[in-house]
Design a protein around this ligand. Sequence first.
Ligand code: NAP
Length: 295
Amino acid sequence: MTARRIDGKAAAQAIRDKIATLVPEFERRAGRPPALTTVLVGEDPASAVYVRSKNRATAEAGMVSFAHNLPATTTEDELLQLVTDLNADGRVDGILVQLPLPPKIDATRVIETIDPAKDVDGFHPINAGRLASGLPSLVPCTPLGCLYLLRQELGDLAGLNAVVVGRSNIVGKPMAQLLLAENCTVTIAHSRTRDVSDVVRNGDVVIAAVGRPEMIRSDWIKPGATVIDVGINRVPTDDGKGRLVGDVAYDEVAEVADAISPVPGGVGPMTIAMLMRNTLVAAHRRAGLADPEGL
Ligand code: NAP
């Protein structure tokens, strides 16, 4: 068997196209466009690339994109002041502070300062708590993107055994909450899990969010499972350029699984699409409008 390749690029484009059709309607009703503000501190090249692509996607969707690119010397107090100002700015629907921040800045304090209504990354403890309580919230983009792909592949997820490998606040924990809300039976594996391959082999659905290149092998996977690979790892190549691989050994797992998302071209594009989605949803809620349908 060779698994279906889950095309995250196509799914993300379809969502971004849909969002672009909904933006003018929001603008007509609210009297202003939705707006996302990105905040980048320092010159980390990977972060700069991510932020640029988020700003570009925002503009392509017809939304307003504000960018604050601050020097690495920015103090925590200066950053907290900027976030406070953005909270008070009525034009701003979403605030995204790109992580990681320089080590001298306490990222938790910064996240906790963002107005939860503008927290389009969904990292504020109020949004995490609301997600865990089954209340409306802004949900972290990467796990929400994984859920979209799973729903597209499988439809109703109720009753499936879902194994999430990784328990970060950004991916693993919110992913587990989302799958629980879909009525999956959820297991979270992590670095202290015993016999992790046996645990993963129980999954009808496997979400890998570990950050270890190709850790998950074909004999870890239940035949017919659906596998979503969140990992992004750069491994060395002979030409010195390196190449991106996921947390799943794609070629061999594809021989066992029913469907699998590739790296790149799987979860990555969905993360940006979900950021656009969260910005539009935040804009609707802030304007007192019902959430846009079908997103
Ligand atoms: P993280 O904060 O480093 O968390 C990694 C998790 O994996 C931890 O919970 C850790 O367990 C667990 N782990 C480590 N080694 C393990 C092992 N041998 N067996 C089982 N579990 C193990 O990483 P993250 O932020 O969640 O990101 C995970 C991966 O996804 C990274 O490759 C990252 O680059 C990628 N990512 C991609 C996107 C995207 O848009 N596609 C977005 C975010 C992240 P402990 O908790 O016990 O340490």
